[in-house]
Design a protein around this ligand. Sequence first.
Ligand code: AMP
Length: 443
Amino acid sequence: MSFSSLGLSEQLVRATADQGYETPSPIQLQAIPAVLSGKDVMAAAQTGTGKTAGFTLPLLQRLAEKPRTGKGPRVLILAPTRELAAQVHDSVNLYSKYVPTKAAVVFGGVKINPQMMKLRKGLDVLVATPGRLMDLYQQNAVKFNEVEILVLDEADRMLDMGFIRDIKKILALLPAKRQNLLFSATFSGEIRALAQGLLNNPVQIDVAVRNTTAETVKQSVYAVDQSQKTALLSKLVRDNSWEQVLVFTRTKHGANRLTQKLEKDGITAAAIHGNKSQGARTRALANFKAGEVRVLVATDIAARGLDIKQLPQVVNFELPNVPEDYVHRIGRTGRAGESGHALSLVSADELKMLVGIEKLIKKQLPRKEMEGFEPKNHVAMKPKAKADPSKARNRSGGNGGGNGRPGGKPRSFGDKPGGRSGGRSQSGNGQRGRSGQRQTQGA
Ligand code: AMP
C-alpha cells in the first residue's frame, strides 16, 4: 500500500516522500480514506502511531479541492498542550509544502496580540489550545462560521487537563454541518460521552494497543533508594554514553532540583514544565534536539505530545501517580518503528505504584540492581513469589526486543496492519548484562 493508492494527490504524496515515509502506518491506512470520504472519524491511537499525518494529509486534500472564500479558519484542530499544538502546526506546514494552504497556531502563555494579527490576515487551518482559542473568540479575533472540519487531538488529555467546558463552548459555536475527527489514546466513559454528542455515525479506528506498552520498548526497573537516585542516574548516563535522555519527575520542583544536580555533576540538563515560560520551554527542547543538552527533565503534562524523533532512552526518575501516565511516558521512546529503552528508578515507597503499573500493562518488569547502589531494603522490591512461572519465562527478554540502538533507517511502520513491526529484534538483550548490572530476578 502506498500513499497515492489511498487517494492522496501527487503534491501530498511528494510531501510524505520528502519526509522519508515509505508506507502508510496502520492508522494512516484507515484514517486517510475515511477522512477523504467526508465521514466523521473516531480513532484510538497513541502518539507515535503516525496519527498526525493520518488526519492532516487528507484534510489538506479536502481543503485543496475548493478555495477559501473568507478569512477562515476552515479547519480547526484542538490540542491539549502548547507543545502538541506547535508540533501539529509544524506537521501541517510540512505536509502542505506543495499545496496552497495557510496555517497558524495559537496557545496560551505568550502575547495574544501577534496571534490576533495572524488571524486577521486570513488562514485555512488553525491549531489551538482550547483556553486561548476561547480568549481570542471573546475578543472577536476569530470567527467559526467557515469551519468545515474539526479535529480533537489527544481528547483524553484535554479532558484530563480540565478543558471540557472550553471544548463544549467551542462546539456550540461551530456550524452544525461539519466533519468531526476525534483522536484519543484511551476511551473512558467521559470520552465516549463526548464522542456521542459530537460524532455522526463515525468510522471507528483502533490501532492503539490499549494499556499495553509498545513492543519496541524494552522496559526495566532499577531498585534504588530515593537518596541514591541522582547519583545512579548520573552513572547510567555516563556508563551507557547516553546522549539524549528524557527523564520524568513527578513535580516541577523535583525537575528543577534534578536538573541542577546533574549540571553540577557535569551533565548538561534542562527542565521543561508548566512553570517555565514558553520561550524557555521551546529553547530547552531545541537545545535537546540539537544535542546541546543531554538530559531533558520533564513533568508528565509538559512532556505530553513532545515529538522528539528517534528518542532511544526514557528514564522514570520517579514513577507517576497515575499508571496510565507510565504508558504515555514510555511512548516517548521506541516510536515509529525505532527501538527504545525505558528504565525506571524505583524506591521502596514506590512499590505500590509499580504494582499498579504492572497490573495495567499486564506484565512484570524485570528488576535490576546496580552494584554500589543496592537499596537498603532489598526484599521489598522483589516481585511477589506467586507470579505465574510460565509468564515469567515469557517475560524474560520477551518484553523488549529492542536493542536500544537509535536511528535505524528507513522510516517505516512496517506492513503488518494493526501493529507496528519495525525495529523488533529477536535478541532482546539490549543493554542488559553490562558490567556492574545484575538482576535480582530470574527474568
Ligand atoms: P505521530 O503519531 O503523529 O506523533 O507521529 C509519530 C512520528 O512518526 C512522527 O515523527 C512522524 O514524522 C512519523 N511518521 C508519520 N507517518 C509516518 C510513516 N508513514 N512512516 C514513517 N514515519 C512516519
